[in-house]
Design a protein around this ligand. Structure first.
Ligand code: NAD
Length: 474
């Protein structure tokens, strides 16, 4: 069921052949499910050289023809949706329903990028004299290097690969070593669609070594990373040495503010769905809950009651509604949040690992944790929900804006005036009011402050892969 893993370089798959390997672990069982081969330095140089060769051709393929190949890849992926979803669940842990949704979303993203490439327009600017024409021409920036994490192993690589290709850029991608199978399946879809050799390279290895090698290469002109803030800052510094463009989609600690005119029970139900999806390992998950004191009791009991309904288990089991954490590092991180001497408050639900096998952590609710607690200041990236109360608008906005993050925010209110005021004041790349609707294919995703640089998705996504050349004609 799990695919044969490999490196994809210059249109061919490379496998063991003396390379070092690491096991891929199923987080629900802790069993090894495959061996992943690491790229040697020669492999990395081959992938770079292939990307350079491919660029000279791929940039000249018309956006119309590029779109046809991308659409085909989306169809191949959709055709294997259930198989790829099972691979995703086996290596990452999320429940099958979420994995299927993610594979569908990955196919949608590829189609969106295909069409967006066809809608990449230039500009004609009036000259200062009648005999001059001034053009602004979009051009691909050049080969890109991309680094994707383990929490969304289908949509993240699909977005980076398809946007680069639609813009005319080859891409060398290092997907997460913990979840390689899903990216192998995505690259296979592009390969079967007929994307020429060298346009996509897929490599794995020691993340720091691969990223340093690729980013230092003069062939690479663009870096795209999704992951943690410290790694994003590190890669941005490396990119600065070569003055390379970056798109950084980093972490968040998203406030969810529930005002006293909101339907407390409904808000709790919606927010539990968002908080515990993928066991909380979602960069845009609502993760700090501020509830007006008038409706605090009602919200807290509804939230706990809803969270109690979650059925923790192997994501491949159809009755499971929350899977394990993706790796043992996240379990350790949950322990650190809960054993923090500054935590304070009261743990109303969960608070511990569970089971003898697999990386399972209970859905957890902490009421009134101290503002100084790690849980209120650092991205939890796990199933721990801190709920605190507030009394007035300025106070809660100050709390929402108190952290260096600025990725997503959620507001629940019946008042349009409050909704607009809150969305104006919150320092965040995205705000959803009365729902979790965010990061759709057609909407831009990006953070402010430490949460990132640039955008993915929407009409903004492709700009990160384009230069705008000015040409004057007389
Ligand atoms: P981490 O910081 O070690 O790694 C995050 C990701 O970056 C991983 O995919 C990893 O392979 C990659 N990475 C690490 N060092 C790298 C390097 N030098 N060059 C290139 N890639 C590198 O942390 P982790 O334990 O894997 O995840 C924990 C934290 O990462 C979470 O708390 C969360 O803040 C963040 N994270 C964010 C996202 C997101 O969607 N923004 C996704 C995954 C992880």
């Amino acid at each position: 069921m799990y695919p044969e893993l490999g490196l994809y370089i210059d249109g061919k798959w490379r496998r063991a052949e003396g390379r070092i390997s690491e096991p891929v672990i199923n987080p629900a069982t802790e069993q090894a499910i495959a061996d992943l081969w690491h790229a040697s330095d020669d492999d990395l140089q081959d992938a770079l050289a292939a990307a350079k060769r491919a660029f000279s051709q791929w940039r000249k393929v018309s956006p119309y023809d590029r779109a046809r190949l991308l659409r085909k890849a989306a169809d191949f992926l959709r055709g294997r949706r259930d198989e790829v979803a099972l691979t995703l669940t086996l290596e990452q842990g999320k429940i099958l329903a979420e994995s299927r949704g993610e594979v569908d979303a990955a196919a949608d993203i590829i189609e969106w990028a295909a069409d967006e490439g066809r809608r990449t327009y230039g500009r004609l600017i009036a000259g200062r004299t009648s005999d001059i024409r001034q053009l602004v021409v979009p051009e691909p920036v050049g080969p890109a290097a991309a680094f994707t994490p383990w929490n969304f192993p289908a949509t993240t690589p699909a977005r980076k690969i398809s946007t680069a290709l639609a813009a005319g850029c080859p891409i060398v991608i290092k997907a997460a070593e913990e979840t390689p199978g899903t990216c192998v399946e995505i690259v296979r879809a592009f390969d079967e669609a007929g994307v020429p050799p060298g346009v996509i390279g897929l490599v794995f290895g020691k993340p720091a070594h691969v990223s340093e090698t690729l980013i230092a290469s003069p062939i690479i002109r663009k870096i795209s990373f999704t992951g943690s803030v410290p790694v994003g800052k590190h890669l941005t510094r490396l990119a600065a040495d070569g003055m390379k463009r970056v798109t950084m989609e980093l972490g968040g600690h998203s406030p969810a503010i529930v005002f006293n005119d909101a339907d407390a029970a409904q808000a709790a139900r919606i927010l539990v769905g968002g908080k515990y999806r993928n066991a909380g390992q979602v960069c845009i998950a609502p993760s700090r809950f501020y509830v007006h004191s008038d409706i605090e009791d009602e919200f807290v009991s509804a939230f706990v009651a809803e969270a109690k309904k979650l059925k923790l288990g192997d994501g491949a089991d159809a009755s499971t509604t929350m899977g394990p954490m993706a790796n043992v590092r996240r379990l350790d991180a949950m322990d650190r949040f809960m054993s923090d001497p500054a935590l304070g408050g009261e743990t109303l639900l969960g608070g511990a690992r569970t089971g003898n096998r697999g990386y399972f952590y209970e859905p957890t609710v902490v009421h009134n944790a101290s503002d100084e607690a790690k849980l209120m200041r650092e991205e939890p990236f796990g199933p721990i929900a801190p709920i605190a109360k507030f009394d007035d608008f300025d106070e809660v906005i100050a709390k929402a804006n108190a952290l260096p993050y600025g990725l997503a925010a959620y507001v629940f209110t019946a008042s349009t005036k409050t909704a607009l005021a809150a969305s104006d004041e919150i320092e965040s790349g995205m705000v959803a009011v009365n729902s979790l609707s965010m990061t759709l294919t057609e909407t831009p995703m990006g953070g402010v402050k430490d949460s990132g640089q640039g955008y993915e998705g929407g009409i903004e996504g492709i700009e990160g892969y384009l230069n705008r050349k000015y040409v004057s004609l007389m």
